[in-house]
Design a protein around this ligand. Structure first.
Ligand code: ZN
Ligand code: ZN
Length: 129
C-alpha cells in the first residue's frame, strides 16, 4: 500500500512538472491521470501530502472552492519569483530586475534572504485588472 502511494505521488509530481506554471484542481488531475485505477480521494490525499512536503503549491482562486495545485520546481522556474493572479489563476515570472530589487531590498533593509523559487506574490494580472 505504501509503495502504491509513492508511485502515485511520483506520477502527480511529474505530471505537474510537465506543465510548469499551470494549475490544476484535484478533480482535473484525477480526470487526466487516474485511468480508473485511483480514487479521487486518493488524489486529494496525495496532493495534500505533496503540499505539506513543499513539493507543490496549492492556492485558492477568488470565488472558487477548489484548490489549484502546481509545481514550480522545474528548471524554467528556478530562481524566479512567481506572480499569481487571484482571479484567473495565471502565473507569471516576475521580471528579473524587479525580483533582484526586491531581493536586495529585503536583504539590506530587513536582513532577510528571500528564496525566490519559493516566493509567490498574489495580485491581479493585466487581463483581469
Ligand atoms: Zn515558473
Ligand atoms: Zn488574471
Amino acid at each position: 500500500m505504501k509503495q502504491y502511494m509513492t508511485t502515485q505521488r511520483k506520477k502527480l509530481i511529474s505530471f505537474l512538472q510537465e506543465h510548469p506554471d499551470r494549475q490544476f484542481t484535484a478533480k482535473e488531475i484525477f480526470d487526466i491521470l487516474s485511468e480508473g485505477s485511483v480514487s479521487l480521494s486518493a488524489v486529494y490525499r496525495n496532493l495534500s501530502v505533496l503540499e505539506e512536503n513543499g513539493q507543490i503549491t496549492g492556492v485558492y482562486r477568488e470565488g472558487c472552492r477548489d484548490k489549484y495545485y502546481r509545481c514550480q520546481l522545474s528548471d524554467k522556474c528556478k530562481g524566479s519569483i512567481h506572480l499569481t493572479c487571484t482571479k484567473c489563476g495565471k502565473t507569471l515570472h516576475m521580471n528579473k530586475d524587479s525580483a533582484n530589487t526586491l531581493i536586495d531590498a529585503a536583504a539590506s533593509k530587513d536582513e532577510f534572504r528571500i528564496t525566490a523559487s519559493k516566493t509567490v506574490i498574489y495580485g491581479v494580472c493585466k487581463d483581469c485588472n
